[in-house]
Ligand binder design. Structure first.
Ligand SMILES: Cc1ncc(COP(=O)(O)O)c(C=O)c1O
Length: 369
């Protein structure tokens, strides 16, 4: 927390707006839109809820197809199943680990031939780095399919000077506890399309028709953000740029301390500046169980590290859906060799050095054996 969160929560209490609407909700939407450079935003209970209603806005229903980045968290694609539609997973490119334009083009060619054109493409900005929109957007435009930008992990990141979240027809953010800013749990949909946000607002508040009594013609959801959580969001947003600076310096420090190890940090594309949400690396070593040895060693030291997301096409839940590869299988190899390091804004120099030392010791012991 940055300090001002309690001030905004107190305002909600003082004005007795303890509800999923109020000044904090309105202001959080306004302030975030201004930061990202989009016209309209709607604060919701989660990023997943945002993706769900974005899919609904593009008419995704039973039997439809939706393309989605394979290397992501399940929150990106679970909503495709909520709508009883079929996800089609698209591999990563090695340059940014984001959606591969080559795999995307292959998927579209297949869809055209099989008459399975998707109703939307969900492009993820992974680990706080923008996808390559100069290559991806023209492909989606060529086939006239709208883009939902899943910028859940990438608030504050840029691509060619523009903020992530502003590239899709609809963008979504997450403020889950682990994200670069948090509202404890929450999300936001953003768009320059006013009608889209209006419709999503309607669905997110139980689809109440304009009437003196409660009248419903469409199914609705209880997906709005509370005025208390939005107060936390306002305080957090004020500190976002300092959080990004902090995470960048953690990343640079890790790079410096680990430069002699047989690892490579997630490549950073010149086209943009990530928000450095997580510091992630892949291992070169041919040792067959090196990743497990590293994970075990950190666990023994009571330090939480995680493997890179297990790609969605390898998940038991999604394994029967179509998947399109880059050339070699990039996302699977990133999963098999990738590790996310502790990257929290509150890390001290000692914490960073401790992490680096443990990793060096693991490699020393494995290489000596
Ligand atoms: C890439 C990605 N998409 C979607 C989500 C879902 O967001 P939420 O947890 O707010 O529902 C997350 C994170 O949780 C995420 O990392």
């Amino acid at each position: 927390m940055s300090g001002n969160e309690m001030k905004y929560i107190q305002e909600a209490f003082d004005t007795n707006w303890i509800a999923p609407l109020g000044t904090n909700v309105d202001k959080f939407e306004e302030e975030l839109c201004e930061y990202v450079g989009v016209d309209h935003g709607l604060a919701l209970s989660s990023g997943t809820a945002g993706i769900h209603l974005a899919l609904k806005y593009f008419g995704v229903g039973p039997g439809d197809y939706v393309f989605c980045s394979a290397l992501t968290f399940a929150g990106s694609c679970n909503p495709i199943l909520y709508q009883y539609a079929n996800p089609v997973f698209i591999d990563s490119e090695p340059e940014t680990w984001n959606m591969s334009p080559i795999a995307l083009e292959k998927a579209f060619e297949w869809a055209k031939k099989e008459n399975k054109m998707p109703k939307a493409v969900i492009i993820v900005d992974l680990y706080g780095q923008s996808a390559d929109y100069d290559l991806l957007l023209p492909i989606c435009e060529k086939y006239d399919v709208p883009v939902i930008e899943d910028a859940a992990e990438a608030l504050g990141a840029t691509y060619k000077g523009k903020k992530c979240g502003s590239f899709g027809h609809i963008g979504i953010f997450s403020f889950n506890g682990n994200k670069i800013i948090t509202t404890s749990g929450g999300g936001m949909v953003v768009s320059n399309d006013e009608e889209a946000i209006k419709k999503i607002r309607f669905w997110s508040t139980q689809s109440k028709e304009a009437s003196r009594y409660y009248e419903h013609k469409e199914v609705g959801y209880n997906y709005r953000m509370s005025n208390i959580c939005a107060g936390i969001g306002r305080g957090q947003l004020e500190a976002l740029d300092s959080f990004i600076r902090n995470r960048k310096s953690i990343n640079l420090e890790y790079n410096q301390l680990m430069k002699s190890l047989p690892i490579a940090f997630m490549p950073i594309d010149d086209a943009g500046e990530p928000n450095y949400w997580l510091s992630v690396f892949t291992i070169f070593s041919k040792h067959p169980s090196i990743r497990e040895v590293i994970l075990d060693e950190f666990e023994k030291n009571n330090i939480e590290v995680r493997s890179v997301w297990k790609p969605m096409h390898l998940q038991p839940l999604f394994q029967n859906y179509h998947y399109f590869r880059h050339a070699e299988d990039v996302s699977q190899s990133l999963f098999e060799t990738g590790i996310c390091l502790p990257s929290g804004t509150g890390m001290s120099q000692d914490d960073i050095r401790r992490v680096a030392n443990i990793l060096s010791e693991v490699f020393d012991s494995v290489l000596i054996k």
